[in-house]
Design a protein around this ligand. Sequence first.
Ligand code: FBP
Length: 262
Amino acid sequence: MKINTNKLLRGDRSLMLACDQGLEHGPQDFNLKNLDPQYILDIALEQRYSAVILQAGLAEKYYHEAYKDVPLVAKINGKTSLLSGEPYSPQLCSVDRAIKIGADAIGYTLFPGSAREADIFQNFTSVVERAHDYGIPVIAWMYPRGKAIKNDIDTNILAYAARIGLELGADFLKLKYNHDPEGFKWVVKNAGRARVLAAGGDKQSPQDFLHTSKEMLSTGITGFAVGRNVWQDENPHGVSKALNDLVFHNKEVQDVLHHINK
Ligand code: FBP
């Protein structure tokens, strides 16, 4: 079965907007504006993001009408930040339901190194099988975590995580950046034919974020699945336009700063 990644790519690049933090982090990430998923969907639609990432619950209530022009990544597992202990993110929505809701891709978080790794891998591979039977791509958040992981952004650990994602059948791997462009090139090589999307991380100044993004693009990644650095910014449309120019037009940072300085 051919896996259809076309909808998620423009040329060879992709820029996705993540809005699954409400479950993962809770309301601490939001203010009165971006607490409303519609605010984030408006950014995704207006700035022509390659996809928006939502849990099924949000998709059912908010992913309607014009928003359907933006491809949907349905995040089908999740957990809160309320519990400590070995990380485990249970599946909360079936692949079939995600497709009914309109998913163009399935999103799933894995924690390689967790004491629950065996369960995570077994569940993930059954998700990949089902999604691929429909020709739907799978995006794996590859987040090495748990007591066994001393440094989750160590180059070798990230490279191992990338290789695991490839071995288990993911089509895209979402990885955290380690601020070591040479090391990260090795990480991307280990992803093989799976494409790498970098996560945005905690909010930085838009200037710093754009410089880091440009550096990340030099490592061979396909693009970003970013959240807080866009919708927590006071000018999310400006940041999005600047990112668009970096990702899809290979512009230099100094040539896109006008978008955020307006
Ligand atoms: P951000 O760009 O806001 O960092 O979002 C990326 C993301 O992977 C989200 O999809 C997810 O909700 C969150 O980060 C997970 O964060 P954490 O590393 O705290 O588990």
